[in-house]
Design a protein around this ligand. Structure first.
Ligand code: XUL
Ligand code: CO
Length: 447
């Protein structure tokens, strides 16, 4: 803050790093945005309102750089306090200082991210209640808003076999309690959405898994979450985050299409939307754009956890997504549907373990923000030129012809179509799909 201290009285941790501002593409300042000009109007809307960007708490403030082969590597002053409570408080002060310096409108958290270590359900409830008030005070002071909250149902050892799909109802009851409390805190903080990522909702082996029962339990619990949302008057969206595997060998929320089928089965397909993550899309063998197009088409598009994997190994490496073309391809599917409503772009991404300085956190986010802004400008150019849409319309124009209308009429049978094809000698000549031409149009528009 202006006097060098944060709300809580802790010293600033990013003191020597300036506020990140838009300076334009020609700036040599690497602590500035070159493309993200939040007030620039693109396709009739401010960039900030299109992108609704959020910083995530977990990768950026909780992780100390440990991996399964080695200890933490990061310089994070808030990780070295006198006690757990002070660590959590310092972490929150650092987080809001960071959000403010980046000038991004939103943040996201798991319940356990914002609390001190809370091994029992009662400790977590009490700590979350205390932190809710602190979060609220920081939100008021800085103007940063909550894009979504979520309950972590995968880190505590009790959740080794899942949360809401656990074979033991006592564990599932703990999960339900955590979801209820985190949804209520999200509501109290004015969150725009509530996320359920089924981290361990799946299985490692069918030998010990009653798949039918777990899916039934999962669907029933989700319907209760929706019911509770209405009961407390939460107007945000409930989101499920697809991911096909990791940590479980198989996860039930495989991709957007399978989630939609699952929601339909439990009668909540109009109530629950998806939070799409590019790295999860590629893990399931899809592109980011495919997942967006599918969610838009099924009416379940919610929000985006922006990141990307590594092209060589395909793991969930959660890297900052700098691939302007890949994001552009997703945006041209998203924007014509009206874009993000309550959703946003949450940086569910982490710096590499060797990027151990505090300044690396800034460079990572600045790069991610500018990549989104460039993709938005590129997508806007493509959409405004309209040539892709025109070619697509021409490709499907036959369905507006007499034959097309006849075939899609509800009263026409398979035999009717076959008889007509035979009678008219229809031979179905192929027309070029012009893929390379279209790919060149995309590259032409990249900014
Ligand atoms: C895990 C993941 C989570 C969710 C929130 O792959 O993406 O961080 O976004 O639980
Ligand atoms: Co995510």
């Amino acid at each position: 803050m202006a006097d060098g201290t944060s709300t809580s009285g802790f010293d600033t941790v990013f003191g020597d790093i300036p506020e990140i501002k838009f300076e334009g593409p020609d700036t040599e300042n690497l602590f500035a945005y070159r493309y993200y000009d939040k007030d620039q109007v693109v396709l009739g809307k401010r960039m900030e309102d299109h992108l609704r960007m959020a910083v995530c708490y977990w990768h950026t403030f909780c992780w100390d750089g440990y991996d399964i082969f080695g200890a933490g590597t990061f310089d994070r002053p808030w990780h070295n306090p006198a006690n757990d409570r002070e660590a959590a408080d310092r972490k929150m002060a650092a987080a809001f200082e960071f959000f403010s310096k980046l000038g991004l409108p939103f943040y996201c958290f798991h319940d356990v991210d914002v609390c001190e270590y809370s091994p029992t359900p009662d400790e977590l409830s009490n700590n979350l209640a205390r932190m809710k008030d602190r979060l609220g005070a920081y939100q008021d002071e800085t103007g940063t808003k909550l894009l979504w909250g979520t309950a972590n149902l995968f880190s505590h050892p009790r959740y080794a076999a899942g949360g809401l799909t656990n074979p033991d109802p006592e564990v599932a009851a703990c999960a339900a309690r955590q979801v209820r409390e985190c949804l209520e805190v999200t509501h109290a903080l004015g969150g725009s959405n509530y996320v359920l990522w089924g981290g361990r909702e799946g299985y490692d082996t069918l030998l010990n898994t009653d798949l039918s029962r777990e899916l039934e339990n999962f669907g029933r619990f989700l319907a209760k979450v929706v019911e509770h949302k209405y009961k407390i008057g939460f107007t945000g969206k409930i989101l499920i985050e697809p991911k096909p595997h990791e940590p479980m060998y198989h996860q039930y929320d495989f991709d957007s299409a399978s989630i939609h089928g699952f929601l339909q089965r439990f009668g909540i397909d109009k109530e629950v939307h998806v939070n799409i993550e590019p790295n999860h899309a590629t893990l399931s063998g899809h592109s980011f754009a495919h997942e967006i197009a599918t969610a838009v088409s099924l009416g379940v598009m919610g929000s985006i956890d922006i990141n990307c994997g590594n092209y060589q190994n395909g793991w969930d490496t959660d890297q900052f997504n700098l691939d302007i073309r890949d994001i552009t391809l997703a945006l041209i599917e998203l924007l014509p549907s009206g874009g993000l409503d309550t959703g946003g772009f949450n940086f569910d991404a982490k710096v590499r373990r060797q990027s151990s300085d505090l300044s690396d956190l800034f460079h990572a986010h600045i790069g991610g923000v500018d990549a989104l802004a460039r993709a938005l400008l590129s997508a806007a150019d493509l959409l405004e030129r309209g040539d892709l849409a025109k070619l697509k319309a021409e490709r499907y124009a036959g369905w507006d012809s007499d034959l097309g209308q006849f075939m899609t009429a509800g009263t026409t049978s398979l035999a009717d179509i076959a008889d007509r094809a035979k009678a008219e000698g229809i031979d179905g000549t192929h027309s070029s799909g012009r893929q390379e031409y279209l790919e060149n149009l995309v590259n032409r528009s990249l900014k």
